[in-house]
Design a protein around this ligand. Structure first.
Ligand code: NAD
Length: 281
């Protein structure tokens, strides 16, 4: 259902790769809510993905940019201001990638060039986007900037690897820049810490299906889907959340507040029953 929450608002959406991407769902919801926006991704992702299809269905324009490249971001912002015919009201940063995860380098055997890339792509790019916007005075007052994070920033999760460090930095950037941009321009900056979700980036996390089963059992409301994450993003882009800033907001069905649930305990207990059975054999 649409509520016209973003009527007349102009935005930039980073990170839609295919129709599983969280950014893809956000673009569809933002369109339904009356926003106009620019879609952006790397040239490589545009070649691999299906961004043209999304641009067509949402009336968006595509401007390619590598979010680690400041010149690309400057061009993106200049072009977006022209295309959208004015300053920007919302930005979604939905970008993450770890070459160490891709190349199966464990956390105690990281390749440091890859580590730099993980941090640059998944965290520092957020600072670069904000700094370029700030220098160009590209955001309207009360604009809302959201980046997507994961609970591995606070808690250690098996196999999340150097992405955990990147997410911790991403959330810190939201606070540090949130202070400056809020103070000077009333721009709000938040991160959403989303449940594990079966997307292209999500499938890169080893054992994602088991992790999703675990978090589903642990969360009283169950895992949050990509569509539900999009709904939450829309509320943060809307005028209904104008005093929310510098927060890391959990969108995870309650997982982050749980220690153990009945459903997870039952499953855990079953593994002992199997062990007892094996021992008796
Ligand atoms: N899927 C999950 O389980 C999950 C959970 C919590 C948070 N997140 C976060 O959500 C965000 C979106 O991921 P997703 O799950 O939709 O997967 P996705 O693979 O669809 O999106 C990741 C995007 O990052 C883009 N990207 C990579 N390098 C880039 C660069 N240099 N410049 C610009 N874009 C670049 C990719 O092209 C892709 O579009 C990421 O920040 C991810 O860490 C995902």
């Amino acid at each position: 259902m649409a509520y016209n929450l973003l009527k007349g608002k102009k935005g930039i959406i980073f990170g839609a790769l295919n129709n599983k991407s969280i950014a893809w769902k956000v673009a569809e919801r933002a369109h339904e809510e009356g926003a106009t926006f620019v879609l952006t991704n790397t040239l490589l992702a545009m070649r691999m993905g299906e961004l043209d299809e999304l641009a067509k269905s949402t009336g968006a324009t595509i401007v390619p940019a590598d979010a680690t490249n400041v010149a690309d971001l400057e061009n993106l912002i200049d072009q977006s201001l022209q295309i959208l015919g004015g300053k920007i009201d919302f930005i979604l940063h939905s970008i993450g990638m770890s070459p160490n995860v891709r190349k199966k380098r464990s956390y105690d055997d990281l390749n440091y060039d890859f580590y730099h890339q993980t941090i640059d792509i998944s965290a520092m790019s957020f600072h670069k986007v904000l700094q370029v916007c700030r220098k160009k005075d590209a955001l309207n007052e009360w604009a809302s900037v959201v980046a997507l994070s994961y609970i591995a920033a606070q808690r250690t999760l098996f196999e999340y690897n150097d992405m955990a460090d990147a997410k911790a930095m991403l959330e810190s950037i939201a606070r540090s820049f949130g202070y400056i941009y809020g103070r000077d321009k009333k721009v709000r900056i938040n991160t959403i810490s989303q449940s594990p979700t079966m997307t292209t980036a999500g499938s890169g996390v080893k054992g994602i299906d088991r992790l999703m089963d675990f978090t589903e059992r642990m969360s009283p409301l169950g895992n949050a889907t990509a569509e539900e994450c999009a709904d939450y993003c829309i509320t943060l882009f809307s005028d209904l959340t104008r005093k929310v800033t510098m927060q890391n907001l959990y969108h995870d069905g309650g997982f982050s507040s749980m220690g153990m649930s009945e459903k997870a305990m039952i499953q855990y207990h079953k593994s002992f029953e199997e062990c007892d059975f094996d021992e008796k054999k």
